[in-house]
Design a binder for this molecule. Structure first.
Ligand code: MEV
Length: 425
């Protein structure tokens, strides 16, 4: 295919083999041979597999994969794969987990894997009657929905219940039929959406209404995971550190501007494990942030307090909709390997690990913030990135990093200057 003008209209692009798509971009952008090589070199996710996962594939976007160590959760040892580009996150999680071990590690639990599917019914003339009709047909709805996935039903899952909520909107009241589905070890979006679509016509019939949306809710508050850990005062640096962390938490509890950053730190850990295990990071993030707002104000996902011995107790609770079967978690070769490294047997166990990592990550950030600040640890790793971006390679990276830190100037211009001093061009 010959592309003359630089336009984003490329008819038939989606039908082409990956290499042909890349060739078009090569001409259009244009890209160098070296850049094309980087795009075609897709590492452990073969282009043909990636091409089946999304549309218009032209390559893969690798992020570093690390493992957090020291995690002891419910008495079991875990090596936790984390996929993330941000420096310090893996080290911070490992460090926090090491400190938590001194008092038995993390104690975590996850609810059953119940997902909520929503069916929006509008134009209902008699809302009370519609509500009654939906609930009266509970068994039929369950039966109908469960025809969608006999295997899930055989495993003890499937639609379990229905509830009705009346929602006032600026267009007037709407009736929401919500189905509660036990998705067992899957993330569950597909099965819930299929069920919602399947029963929608029947709901229209019994309510005399008009159905529009049929989709799961990412506010998976029937699929919560919790984790708790005690951090001994002596282990984490003394009473002042304990108090500093509780003060940091008090601010996150009171102020949404701080809570957003506090929770972002939690999600550094959560998202990294969700991604490494081939799960939907956006689903878990949407659920977490919506759950953080459940009281009407956006607040911390964790709670920190002091126990009678003066030690620090941390708890986290958030929805964790992740699976160990189905979806990308079964297709992506690295997701499979990561699950093997992690050694989780069920979606609930994975959710428990994720909640524990979120708590560990939050502890590490608050401890750093309440003491020396985060820049010291952060900058060491960040300095490596800067040194490499400036062109340092091999042993020179460490030399440039050391010198930037000595000069107290961790910046690209300084890295280039030092590089020029070490290796004059
Ligand atoms: C940075 O990625 C995360 C932190 O900002 C979290 C926090 O402030 O609690 C350090």
């Amino acid at each position: 295919m010959k592309v003359v003008l630089r336009s984003s209209r490329i008819p038939g692009f989606y039908k082409l083999p990956v290499k042909e798509r890349i060739n078009i971009l090569k001409e259009l952008v244009p890209l160098s041979d070296e850049e094309v090589n980087l795009l075609t070199n897709s590492g452990s996710l073969e282009l043909k597999v990636a091409d089946r996962m999304i549309e218009n594939v032209i390559g893969v976007m690798p992020v570093p994969l690390g493992v957090a160590l020291n995690f002891l959760i419910n008495g079991k040892e875990y090596i936790v794969p984390m996929a993330i580009e941000e420096s310090s996150v893996v080290a911070a999680a490992s460090n926090a987990a090491k400190m938590a071990r001194e008092s038995g590690g993390f104690h975590a639990e996850a609810f059953e894997s119940i997902m909520i599917g929503q069916i929006q019914v509008t134009a209902v003339s008699d809302i009370k009657k519609a509500e009654k009709e939906i609930l009266r047909h509970r068994e039929t709805l369950i039966e109908l929905a469960n025809e969608c996935d006999p295997l899930l039903v055989r495993l003890g899952g499937g639609m379990k219940d229905v509830r009705v909520r009346k929602v006032s909107t600026f267009l007037g009241p709407m009736v929401l039929t919500e189905i509660l589905v036990d998705v067992k070890d899957a993330m569950g979006a597909n099965v819930v959406n299929t069920m919602a679509e399947k029963i929608a016509p029947f709901i229209e019939k019994i309510t005399n209404g008009k159905v529009y949306l049929r989709i799961l809710s990412n506010l998976a508050d029937k699929r919560l995971a919790r984790a708790k850990a005690v951090f001994l005062s002596d282990v984490i640096g003394g009473r002042e550190v304990v108090d500093g962390i509780i003060k940091a938490y008090a601010l996150a509890d009171a102020d949404p501007y701080r809570a957003a950053t506090h929770n972002k730190g939690i999600m550094n850990g959560v998202t990294a494990v969700v991604l490494a295990t081939g799960n939907d990071t956006r689903a878990v993030e949407a659920g977490a942030h919506a759950y953080a707002s459940r009281t009407g104000r956006y607040r911390s996902l964790t709670v920190w307090r002091k126990n009678k011995d003066g030690d620090l107790v941390g708890e986290i609770e958030l929805p964790v909709a992740v699976g160990v079967v189905g979806g990308i978690s079964s297709i992506h070769p690295l997701a499979r390997i990561n699950r093997k490294i992690l050694g989780v047997k069920s979606a609930r166990e994975l959710a428990e690990v994720i909640a524990s990592v979120g708590l560990a990550q939050n502890f590490a950030a608050l401890r750093a913030l309440a003491t020396e600040g985060i820049q010291k640890g952060h900058m060491k790793l960040h300095a490596r990135n800067i040194a490499m971006a400036a062109g340092a390679q091999g042993n020179t990276v460490d030399l440039v990093v050391k010198e930037m830190i000595r000069r107290g100037k961790i910046r690209m211009d300084e890295a280039r200057k030092i590089l020029e001093e070490i290796e004059p061009s």
